[in-house]
Design a protein around this ligand. Structure first.
Ligand SMILES: *[C@@H]1O[C@H](CO)[C@@H](O)[C@H](O)[C@H]1NC(C)=O
Ligand SMILES: *[C@@H]1O[C@H](CO)[C@@H](O)[C@H](O)[C@H]1NC(C)=O
Length: 518
């Protein structure tokens, strides 16, 4: 084939692929959230689309079709980042399970992000047009506002396994009798008290959302009001916008979650953030892993909780315990420690996929964040979970139930307990077997998650917001779902009948009395 035929063929091919303008709004300043945002960016660019990425942590690679709007420094010196502290969590000083605080904090952070100068400047440009917005749900609905400004369809991205509250945005709240909240470390079948607990939980969350409604609406106005005014459009209320998503793409999959019934416009795409080709390990790590005949244990507590807040004695006890193992330990910690045993290799940053993909990696000791749980299934490595907050307790619990994980709680005695768990997992092959089985389920899909993601995004754009996918349950009020109106009608009927019978009997006895007297 000569050069010109090739050029001709590729122009014909390209003219059949529509390039859309897509806005990916993931401005929450957290490493794992940015990894999820970057997943969208990467797949959409690969599919030939033009991407604008609103983020707190810029994507490192440049691309001619990528533009970034960066809001940095939003939570520096913010109270919330101070509470992500090992010492405070161990001593129960902070309650990261307080949902009112969680929802409100996330709303404040979202408002700060969107009112950031760079995002405001971007929003104020009235020439901007988009075909679709993908926005992250993170205990608030603020990022849906971009779709209101650009008047285009939008898709919710949920970074967790589906849970009752998030599903209420596209369908209805899940039934708490068998569908636990993502913060509850319980899994069906629920006992009586767990069931009551879950019902209470959903009611409580609704109360939280209700009590923050005005605050969120105000933050929504503060964030998008000026841009709407500049464009001369009336900003719809947040209440209207948040229920107007075409669908939800979830960082979830049956291999890590539960077989819950899901609406047709919820699609599982867990694993889309993992690159098809494992990036090669740095040379020194590659050597260390190759030369570990007894295998490697990889230890990382994620990125949210800074390891400098971990008590020194705890770090020493970890090192002591590790020194007694035959295995090599790769420990990700953002600082240097003294007197590190020979078999322990400290890294400040870890190329996690590369480490998990190495055949010598035998065990992953993790905080149980969802990305780590996903990656562990992707590469088939059993885990020991030391959950810290949010959905981590449930992720680890699910791993334990499914049989590829053990749980160890955070405390001063964690190293000793961890040793017992390490011995169990390394000596008993059932955990590795189980994780390999689940890894098969994880990979065995019609399409790779990145392809599924692109497919549905294009589908929504090409069908102008995919109204055919929207659940009829979305706008049916609870009293109608529970047929309370019918119940009321029946009650009313019964009352009327009883009344009439009474009146009849009364008048009859009166007549009889009259007859007797006369
Ligand atoms: C809801 O979404 C559709 C397209 O998906 C859009 O045309 C409409 O304006 C949106 N309505 C509101 C209130 O945002
Ligand atoms: C949102 O942020 C702006 C600017 O940072 C601030 O003036 C406003 O009070 C905030 N709104 C709410 C509801 O906190």
């Amino acid at each position: 084939m000569n050069k010109w035929t090739l050029v001709l063929l590729s122009t014909i091919f390209l003219s059949h692929v529509c390039a859309y303008k897509i806005l990916v709004a993931f401005p929450y300043p957290g490493k794992s959230h940015s990894l999820l945002g970057e997943g969208y960016v990467r797949h959409l660019l690969d599919a030939g689309h033009e991407v604008t990425y609103v983020t707190a942590l810029p994507y490192k690679k440049t691309h001619p079709k990528l533009r970034q709007v960066v809001a940095e420094g939003v939570i520096d010196k913010f109270e919330f980042s101070e509470s992500l502290d090992f010492k405070k969590v161990i001593s129960n000083e902070v309650d990261l399970k307080d949902m009112y605080l969680m929802y409100k904090t996330m709303m404040i952070i979202a408002n700060r992000s969107i009112t950031h100068e760079n995002i405001q400047n971007f929003l104020m440009d009235t020439n901007e047009r988009f075909d679709l917005v993908v926005s992250e749900w993170l205990y608030h609905h603020m990022f849906s506002g971009f779709a209101a400004i650009y008047n285009c369809p939008f898709i919710w991205s949920s970074s967790m396994e589906p849970h009752p509250i998030v599903l209420s945005l596209i369908d209805e709240v899940g039934n708490p009798a068998y569908f636990p909240d993502h913060m509850s470390p319980v899994s069906p079948p629920l006992t009586f008290s767990q069931r009551i607990g879950e019902l209470w939980n959903v009611l409580y969350l609704y109360r939280v959302i209700w009590s923050l409604k005005d605050f969120e609406q105000q933050a929504f106005l503060d964030s998008y009001g000026p841009a709407a005014a500049k464009r001369g459009i009336t900003l719809p209320t947040l209440e209207e916008v948040k229920y107007n998503a075409s669908m939800m793409l979830g960082n979830s999959h049956i291999s890590s979650g539960e077989p819950q019934r899901l609406p047709i416009n919820y699609v599982n795409i867990a694993g889309y953030h993992v690159q098809d080709e494992v990036p090669p390990l740095p040379e020194n790590l590659q050597k260390i892993m190759d030369n570990s005949p007894h295998g490697v244990i990889y230890f990382s507590m994620g990125t949210m909780m800074k390891s400098r807040t971990m008590p020194m004695e705890l770090k020493r006890d970890f090192l002591n315990m590790f020194s007694k193992l035959k295995q090599t330990v790769i420990w990700k910690l953002e600082e240097e420690l003294k007197d590190v045993p020979k078999n322990v290799h400290m890294v400040q940053w870890a190329p996690q996929p590369g480490i998990l993909a190495h055949p010598n990696c035998k065990l992953f000791v993790t905080h149980g964040g969802l990305l780590s749980t996903t990656e562990t299934l992707h590469y088939g490595v059993p885990i020991i979970g030391i959950p810290l907050f949010a959905d981590q307790f449930l992720n680890v619990l699910r791993g334990v139930r499914k049989g590829f994980a053990l749980q160890v709680d955070l405390g001063y005695d964690t190293p000793a307990k961890l040793k017992v768990a390490i011995d169990e997992i390394l000596s008993n092959p059932k955990y590795t077997q189980k994780v390999k089985e689940l890894s098969y389920i994880y990979h065995h899909r019609e399409n790779k998650p990145g392809k599924t993601l692109v497919h549905w995004i294009e589908h929504v754009i090409e069908t102008k917001g995919a109204p055919h996918l929207r659940s009829p349950a979305l706008h049916v009020p609870l009293y109608q779902k529970l047929f309370l109106d019918l119940l009321a009608l029946i009650l009313f009927g019964v009352i009327v009948v009883v009344r009439m019978v009474k009146i009849l009997i009364c008048s009859k006895t009166q007549k009889e009395l009259k007859q007797k007297r006369s």
